[in-house]
Design a protein. Structure first.
Length: 144
């Protein structure tokens, strides 16, 4: 029996200690207009939301997952404008610029890393931060 797309996200959404740990390390780099690529169900956003964030755009290719993020955004659970784009970074307005672009445990799922990061760089404001969090060792990878 195979799990549905994104079902592992529920499991990892409860990894509070891990999310608290990495968000403290990343917080100084998360500011202004933020783009989170591959946002899943949006469970990382509350951990990275600081007063330095002006607005947040979550990009998620799976429609059902993007809809869940949109529901959270509609409830105004966070103190900034939270937009959701269903698709990939290619779905963004070419003129859109962000002070922070995040890839939290997602870049390793994208086949062509180089092209993806090149597209991301086109959306990065001068002096902005491109933040990538990924497993450091091959043994940390799993079927997820």
């Amino acid at each position: 029996m195979s799990a549905s797309v994104g079902s592992e996200l529920e499991l990892f959404s409860d990894a509070r200690n891990w999310k608290t740990y990495f968000s403290r390390l990343l917080a100084p780099y998360v500011r202004g207009q933020v783009l989170e690529v591959g946002a899943g169900i949006g469970s990382n956003t509350p951990y990275l939301a600081t007063r330095a964030v002006r607005d947040w755009t979550s990009v998620e290719p799976d429609r059902a997952l993007a809809r869940r993020i949109a529901e959270c955004a509609a409830r105004r659970e966070l103190p900034f404008i939270w937009k959701v784009v269903t698709g990939t970074i290619a779905a963004l307005d070419p003129a859109a610029r962000f002070q922070t672009i995040l890839y939290i445990d997602v870049l390793e799922h994208i086949a062509d890393h180089r092209s993806e990061l090149s597209r991301a760089a086109l959306h990065l404001s001068a002096g902005g931060n491109l933040v990538v969090l990924a497993p450091a060792h091959q043994f940390l990878f799993s079927p997820f």
